[in-house]
Design a binder for this molecule. Structure first.
Ligand code: DC
Length: 205
């Protein structure tokens, strides 16, 4: 039996942490769809043409090297604007969503475009300042040479590009539950998400 949880929202709102926590709690599979765009973005930084890169993408590439750098994030956001890049990644995401045993997908357009029939849709947000601070701490902990100001500017630039693009812009689905994590601990945010899923999950799963 399939059961899909769609978790969308802007960068560093807590989607990744919530998605991993939910997947671990319920024993669901988890796909961070941002990694697909990041892997395509990384290929373009190496000189590949974006649509060809998206069509040739392999699951193994998602595991190789560090895709979570600021440079790759920007490249990902740029290739994500191209409709043919997005189209090339749809089937993989939908097949993942419908696998037996439950799946959590996090991204920008999961509840609106990839899985409009998802049984649970959450849209996780937080203020740009809070998100930039979280991302700054994350990148600094990895030794990246960044300033708070740079990270905030980066977050704002990516928000604008992701929400203003014409194909599959980042926005909550009409039936998504909004979860603002600005003033929530990770544990509280996760408990809230788990509560929403408990309400929708069939007892047999
Ligand atoms: O979630 P992330 O920060 O790893 O995503 C990187 C970029 O990929 C993001 O800025 C926009 C794009 N993206 C997208 O357009 N659609 C998704 N479902 C996931 C990510």
């Amino acid at each position: 039996m399939s059961f899909t949880v769609a978790i969308d929202g802007p960068a560093a709102a807590g989607k990744g942490t919530i998605s991993k926590g939910v997947a671990a709690h319920f024993g669901f599979a988890h796909l961070d769809t941002g990694l697909l765009y990041r892997a395509v973005g990384r290929r373009t930084l190496q000189g590949d043409e974006p649509v060809a890169a998206a069509r040739a993408l392999t699951a193994e590439e998602l595991e190789q090297g560090d895709l979570r750098t600021a440079e790759i994030a920007q490249a990902a956001s740029k290739v994500a604007v191209i409709p043919d890049v997005r189209a090339a990644l749809v089937d993989f995401q939908r097949a993942f969503a419908r696998r037996a045993g439950g799946a959590v997908l996090d991204g920008r357009d999961i509840g609106t475009v990839i899985c409009p029939e998802a049984e649970v849709k959450l849209f996780v947000t937080a203020s740009a300042e809070v998100r930039a601070e979280r991302r700054f701490l994350e990148l600094s902990a990895k030794g990246a040479d960044v300033t708070r100001e740079q990270v905030l500017a980066d977050v704002r630039e990516r928000d604008a590009r992701d929400s203003e693009r014409s194909t599959a812009p980042m926005k909550p689905a009409d039936d998504a539950v909004l979860l603002d994590t600005s003033d929530l601990s990770i544990q509280d945010a996760l408990s809230h998400a788990i509560g929403q899923i408990e309400k929708a999950k069939p007892a047999t799963l």
